[in-house]
Design a protein around this ligand. Structure first.
Ligand SMILES: Cc1cc2nc3c(=O)[nH]c(=O)nc-3n(C[C@H](O)[C@H](O)[C@H](O)COP(=O)(O)O)c2cc1C
Length: 166
């Protein structure tokens, strides 16, 4: 509960690098997400190349932190053999949220960068990492050791909740 309630978007990072073992742990958490009919449509591209990280802000207007991140995980959906095609976005969103929570729990900082369905961002990611046609990028998650510590934000609002009837 404390990890869920204290997670914030982290957009400033130290130069300390996230290890390959930590990346595997993060991806294990992502793949533990629920998915419709357990179809697990998620696929991931781990981007560590400085050259690639520096290119991301050229096609994504809210990704200025990517050159400083240790890595980016592009969360993508595989459009082939989907059992419940209309649910891939929810499935990959659940995986993205798991990545954010796992990063925070591990003492890392992360931020969700929206990609799908904004066409120029989808095309930008597609070209950046040479995605095949049947792979659709949903989000990118920038990850690194945090160089900022925004306070927990309690957003509970009883007015958003209805019981039995609206
Ligand atoms: C679908 C989605 C897309 C987002 N896209 C971006 C983005 O492109 N750039 C960015 O800096 N933050 C992005 N965010 C992070 C939000 O700005 C952030 O979650 C929100 O302001 C709440 O702040 P918090 O995460 O610190 O609690 C995105 C979040 C979601 C869920």
């Amino acid at each position: 509960m404390s990890s869920i309630n204290s997670r914030r978007s982290i957009r400033k990072y130290t130069t300390q690098q996230v290890t390959d073992e930590q990346v595997t742990e993060l991806l294990r958490a992502a793949m533990s997400a629920p998915s419709a009919g357990n179809q697990q449509p998620w696929r991931f591209v781990v981007i560590r190349s400085r050259e690639l990280l520096e290119q991301i802000p050229t096609f994504h207007p809210h990704a200025s932190m990517t050159p400083q991140a240790s890595l980016i995980v592009a969360v993508c959906g595989d459009m082939t053999n989907l059992r419940i095609p209309e649910r891939w976005v929810q499935d990959c969103s659940a995986a993205t949220e798991n990545l954010l929570l796992a990063a925070h729990e591990m003492g890392l900082g992360a931020v969700w960068l929206g990609v799908y369905p904004t066409e120029e961002r989808v095309e930008g990611v597609r070209q950046l990492v040479a995605l095949p046609d049947y792979i659709m990028p949903l989000s990118m998650v920038a990850i690194g050791y945090p160089a900022e510590q925004p306070p927990a934000a309690d957003r509970f609002d009883a007015g958003f909740v209805h019981y039995d009837h609206w």
